[in-house]
Ligand binder design. Structure first.
Ligand code: SF4
Length: 225
C-alpha cells in the first residue's frame, strides 16, 4: 500500500497505458458499444446520448437498440409518433421529455439540414437536450474528431488523481483541454467510463487493487476497498 507521502510523480502516459489495460475485461461505454454494433452515425450517436442522460449504460443500450429498430435516420425518426419513441425508450429516466427531444431533433435535421445531421458543434449544441458532453461524444465517435467528453466519471477520477482541481464537469473540460496531451482527448472518456464503473467507483473506490495507486493522490477519498 502506498501512503500519500510515498507517491511517485504523476505520469499521464503511464496512467493511461495501465488503465487501458485494466479496463479490457469490462463492458465498453454504451455509445462506443453501439458504434461497434454499426450504430455509428452522428444521428444515432446523438439519440443514444440523449437517452443516456441519468440512465445506466445497460438500460441505455436496451432503449437505443429498441429505438433503432424503429428508425435510425432523421427522416425515419421524424416520421414516428413521439409516443412510439417513448415506448421504445421507456426504461430510461425522463423518457417522456427525451422522446419529445429526439423527435424534435429529427424534425429539425430534416427541415434544416436535408435529413443529415452535420458534424458541427454549434449545430449539435443547438438541438434540444444536447450539452457539451453529448456534442463532444458525437463529434469524437461519429465524426472522427479529437474532443474531450467530460462525464461524471472523467470529472471525478481526474480530480481524485490530483491531475485537475475543479468542482464542476464544465470546469473539468477546460482544465483538461489545457493539460491533457491531445493524443488522449478522444480516448479519456472511453477508458475512464469503464474504469469509473468498475475500479474507481463513486463510493468506496477499489484503491487496494488499482493499477495507478502509486501515482494517484486519492484526493478526497476517505474510504476505499
Ligand atoms: S481507485 Fe483509488 S487509487 Fe485508483 S484512481 Fe481511483 S482514487 Fe486513485
Amino acid at each position: 500500500m502506498h501512503s500519500r507521502e510515498e507517491k511517485r510523480p504523476f505520469d499521464i502516459r503511464l496512467v493511461m497505458e495501465r488503465i487501458r489495460q485494466a479496463v479490457q475485461p469490462f463492458p465498453k461505454a454504451a455509445l462506443t458499444q453501439l458504434a461497434d454494433e454499426g450504430h455509428a452515425s452522428a444521428f444515432e450517436q446523438l439519440m443514444a446520448c440523449i437517452i443516456s442522460v441519468r440512465t445506466f449504460d445497460e438500460t441505455t443500450l436496451v432503449c437505443a437498440r429498441r429505438l433503432f429498430a424503429l428508425g435510425r435516420t432523421p427522416g425515419q425518426v421524424a416520421g414516428l409518433d413521439p409516443a412510439l419513441i417513448e415506448e421504445a425508450i421507456n426504461r430510461s429516466s425522463f423518457h417522456e421529455v427525451k422522446a419529445l427531444r429526439i423527435h424534435a431533433a429529427a424534425r429539425r435535421v430534416v427541415d434544416e439540414y436535408r435529413g443529415v445531421l452535420p458534424c458541427e458543434r454549434e449545430v449539435l449544441l443547438s438541438l434540444p437536450g444536447v450539452g457539451p458532453k453529448c456534442a463532444n461524444l458525437v463529434l469524437t465517435i461519429a465524426c472522427g474528431e479529437n474532443r474531450i467528453s467530460v462525464d461524471t466519471h472523467v470529472h471525478r477520477i481526474a480530480n481524485r488523481w490530483g491531475y485537475i482541481q475543479t468542482t464542476r464537469p464544465g470546469q473539468s473540460l477546460h482544465a483538461l483541454e489545457e493539460k491533457l496531451p491531445v493524443e488522449y482527448w478522444s480516448e479519456i472518456n472511453r477508458v475512464l467510463v469503464p474504469f469509473g464503473k468498475n475500479i474507481c467507483t463513486s463510493r468506496l473506490p477499489r484503491c487496494g487493487t488499482c493499477p495507478v495507486l502509486d501515482m494517484c493522490r486519492q484526493v478526497k477519498v476517505t474510504g476505499h476497498r
